[in-house]
Design a protein around this ligand. Structure first.
Ligand SMILES: Cc1c2[nH]c(c1CCC(=O)O)Cc1[nH]c(c(CCC(=O)O)c1C)Cc1[nH]c(c(CCC(=O)O)c1C)Cc1[nH]c(c(C)c1CCC(=O)O)C2
Length: 345
């Protein structure tokens, strides 16, 4: 396989670049007026996810404003439970709502065969994107990691304490393993189709891994991630995979070493010096500006960005946020951030 030429993909092979590549989680979204207009045209958020023409359009919108090195497919992690047969709705201002599966007796409702019938339009979005993004921009496909997707499937909505899923997992670990196994299989199939359609890199979002006990983290974060990465690499040995285990703290080293991911995304709470000394020597890292700095802007945003660059840009690094952009973000501050990073050094 020839060496990649796009900066984002080069950083993922472990190269240290003079100016690190940059993209931002949730770079397409409600902070952009053009996104809000396209979403209104689509109808609902889910209608937008399943409309290849409009999903392609919103993926490209931030690239027209900012010189990002990567674009991420516009979709959502919750299309997997929907494709498996669980009812999903996004109510305005309330977030996702699903018919909860509280124990193993509910697993019969889920059907892995047939997911592609529902997910087909998303693969079409990836194909369209692969021929329409700028030639220096890389295309990222993604999925939620099994534990994080399972939190929404079991809780039925976003949660503060994750009591229902922890009760299910800790009380009936073998039954819960079955749910994770279904998600490993569906996620593998879903991501392989994204790669076939043109995704050049995959990011796995593990937003809620940090709520698990030590053994739970190994069993339901590290193990399933390792299986998905192995399944993808059997077919595509050179496919770069980024794992983003938000809140993983001291598990980050085991996560990197045991799952086989190429790069690790770090949240805003991870101490940078520790990353430079312990995690980055194991491979590229991505992160970790607190998205709130894009709301405050000003010198504070630049000072914090400098601290990140000074500590991590000496090694293989991709600049990003520590979590997704929020709707209150000022588009102007995003422009200032990208400009500052482009002129770093
Ligand atoms: C947990 C999670 C979800 N979705 C996702 C995660 C993992 C990352 C994270 O923690 O943010 C991932 C996601 N969601 C979305 C993307 C698209 C690509 C991108 O990053 O630009 C990606 C990668 C679009 C979206 N997903 C969602 C929106 C907002 C929907 C709208 O337009 O109203 C977007 C742009 C909705 C969503 N989707 C989800 C929730 C809880 C919500 C409601 C909260 C909210 O409204 O912000 C589930």
């Amino acid at each position: 396989m020839p060496k990649p030429t796009k900066t984002f993909l080069r950083a993922l092979t472990g190269e240290t670049l003079p100016v690190p590549p940059i993209w931002l989680m949730r770079q397409a979204g409600r902070y952009l007026p053009e996104y809000r207009a396209t979403r209104a045209e689509a109808g609902s958020f889910l209608d937008l996810c399943y409309n290849p023409k409009l999903a392609c359009e919103v993926t490209l919108q931030p690239l027209r404003r900012y010189d990002f090195d990567a674009a991420i497919l516009f979709s959502d992690i919750l299309v997997i439970p929907q494709a498996l047969g669980q009812h999903l709705a996004f109510k305005q201002g309330e977030g996702p709502q699903l018919d909860p599966i509280r124990d193993a007796s509910g697993l019969g409702r889920l059907k892995v065969n047939g997911i592609h019938d529902i997910l087909g339009p998303i693969y079409e979005t990836v194909s369209k994107l692969s021929v329409s993004i700028p030639s220096h921009t890389s295309l990222i496909g993604f999925a939620g990691s099994p534990w994080t997707v399972a939190t929404y499937m079991v809780e039925g909505k976003g949660s503060k304490d994750f009591a229902n899923i922890r009760r299910f997992a800790y009380g009936d670990p073998t039954g819960f393993d079955q749910l994770i196994a279904i998600l490993v299989e569906a996620t593998t199939q879903y991501l392989l189709k994204q790669v076939e359609a043109g995704a050049e890199c995959i990011q796995l979002f593990e937003t809620w891994g940090g709520v698990l006990s030590e053994n739970g983290f190994r069993r339901w974060v590290i193990e399933p991630t390792k299986k998905i990465v192995a399944n993808l690499k059997v077919v595509h040995p050179d496919l770069p995979v980024i794992g983003f285990p938000r809140g993983a703290g001291l598990h980050l080293i085991d996560f990197k070493q045991q799952t086989g991911v190429d790069a690790v995304g770090i949240d805003s709470g991870v101490p940078l010096k520790w990353v430079a000394e312990n995690l980055q020597p194991l491979g590229p890292v991505q992160g970790n500006l607190d998205p709130m700095y894009l709301i405050t802007g000003g010198d504070e945003m630049i000072t914090e960005t400098c601290r990140i660059l000074d500590t991590l840009a000496k090694g293989p690094f991709i600049f990003n946020l520590g979590h997704g952009i929020t709707p209150e973000t000022s588009p102007e501050n995003v422009g200032k951030l990208v400009e500052f990073i482009r002129n770093y050094r």
